[in-house]
Write a protein that binds this ligand. Structure first.
Ligand SMILES: Cc1cc2nc3c(=O)[nH]c(=O)nc-3n(C[C@H](O)[C@H](O)[C@H](O)COP(=O)(O)OP(=O)(O)OC[C@H]3O[C@@H](n4cnc5c(N)ncnc54)[C@H](O)[C@@H]3O)c2cc1C
Length: 415
């Protein structure tokens, strides 16, 4: 199958699908193709995450994350409600388990308020009222956190895209590109798509796709696996709503949290360990080519220098079960080893600078006829509908449709 389209999107995770949706809702006559290499939508990060719609608590004020998280979460809750996707406003607490974490907890409260998030400080007694089995010396309560199922969101958006007339192709990996004067040809085993604008939402492969399309990425993707455990059914009552630790402000990860899912299961995780393949869901998934490339990459050396202590601790907790359990017991002292069992993982597409610094904010790069999403970690699932609108506006600019771009920027949710 070959064809000419206005916009070709590489990647059928939440961002690729949300971008297609935003383009077609703003401009129903546009032609849009979504290319996904797997046989289903949301097969990687978008279908392997904690399913938390974040409130916007954590992000540096003024950053793209902060700008898109709060409103993005509300848009996601509305979307789920309107499209029959399960969603529930559960709220959450962030718990300090030791006195020396309290200054960081207070700094987080200040940051949350700057981001427009309603935050309530809790003392020990107030923690016990909400979560009697959680140990904490202080906590923040955030009402606007919600739970959903992002895999179902992907399927709902894909169904909507069919209605909107998108050309949706699964089993269609973008293998190479020919950049022409007015169009870029995307070559796939199922045919070629010649697009006026290409949008790279390839997640774990986005730096490689950027390179292949002729744009040297300013960052490289390092895959960080997040492993989960599950609490056995009889002990699920130990927790009512999501409980998070106080995050390390030097890291873009939120720490191992305990999260009741909407299906009744309770998950513990994710940690953050280096994955040995881009789709390295287990320690035994090893990509020797990726590792060989990494070993020669100064970014890895910088990363190791900066974060070796944290990395070593996380790897130990991943490989030595009692250490993982000990970590969980800091928040939930009644939990025992036999109450937990390993329960899958997800792999984060985390951008790293050449210096080895982990990139915190979203990174979206532009060339004249291409948009590359090069860092979209959490809370990008929460914000995906708004990120989709943000990218769609850029795509309309590149298509010379400034009026539509302005309209999308003024009303990103399309309402
Ligand atoms: C463990 C974990 C927990 C998380 N928890 C949360 C959370 O609770 N809340 C939250 O908001 N965010 C969370 N996130 C982050 C969130 O999942 C991601 O930010 C979001 O899913 C990114 O979506 P995406 O579309 O960019 O990437 P993906 O969902 O990874 O989609 C990229 C797609 O591109 C496809 N692709 C790659 N190469 C090609 C190619 N050559 N041709 C065609 N297709 C290709 C892939 O198959 C994939 O389907 C979590 C992430 C992880 C890993």
């Amino acid at each position: 199958m070959s064809g000419e389209v206005d916009v070709a999107i590489i990647g059928g995770g939440l961002l690729g699908l949300a971008t297609a949706r935003a383009v077609l809702r703003a401009h129903p006559d546009a032609s849009v193709t979504v290319l996904e290499k797997e046989s289903r939508w949301g097969a990687h990060q978008s279908g392997h995450n904690s399913n938390v719609i974040h409130s916007g608590l954590y992000y540096a004020p003024g950053s793209l994350k902060a700008r898109l998280a709060r409103a993005g979460g509300e848009a996601m809750i509305r979307y789920c409600t309107e499209h029959g996707v399960p969603v529930k406003r559960t709220g959450k607490i962030v718990v300090a388990t030791a006195e020396d974490q309290l200054p960081r907890l207070d700094a987080l409260a200040v940051r949350g308020r700057e981001n427009g998030v309603t935050v309530q400080r809790l003392n020990r007694a107030e923690i016990a009222e909400r979560e009697p089995h959680v140990a904490g010396v202080g906590a923040l309560a955030v009402a606007d956190t919600a739970m959903t199922d992002f895999g179902q969101v992907c399927r709902a958006v894909a169904a909507e895209l069919t209605e909107l007339g998108a050309d949706l192709r699964t089993n269609s990996p973008a293998r190479s590109f020919t950049v022409g004067r007015d169009r870029t040809a995307v070559h796939t085993p199922t045919g070629e798509v010649r697009a006026r604008v290409i949008v790279n939402c390839a997640g774990l492969h986005s730096d490689k796709i950027s390179e292949a399309a002729g744009h040297r990425p300013p960052v490289r993707i390092m895959p960080f696996r997040g492993e989960y455990a599950e609490i056995r059914p009889a002990r699920r009552r130990l927790i009512n709503n999501p409980v998070y630790p106080v995050p390390d402000p030097d890291l873009p990860f939120l720490g191992v949290h305990v999260t009741p899912m909407l299906d009744g299961t309770v998950h513990v995780g994710p940690n953050a360990v280096p994955a040995l393949a881009r789709q390295g869901y287990r320690w035994r998934d090893v990509d020797p080519r990726m590792l060989a490339e990494l070993l020669h990459d100064p970014a890895l050396h910088g990363l190791a220098r900066r974060y070796w202590r944290y990395g070593l601790a996380e790897i130990s907790r991943s490989l030595i079960w009692p250490l993982f359990v000990r970590e969980v017991r800091r928040m939930l002292p009644e939990i025992n080893s036999e109450d937990l069992r390993r329960h899958g993982s997800g792999v984060r597409a985390q951008a790293v600078k050449a210096t080895g610094e982990l990139v915190d904010d979203f990174v979206i790069s532009h060339t004249p006829r291409a948009i590359h999403v090069l860092n979209a970690p959490s809370p990008a699932a929460t914000s995906s509908l708004l990120i989709g609108s943000h990218i769609a506006a850029e795509a309309f600019d590149q298509l010379g449709l400034a009026d539509i771009a302005r309209r999308v920027r003024e009303s990103p949710t399309g309402s």
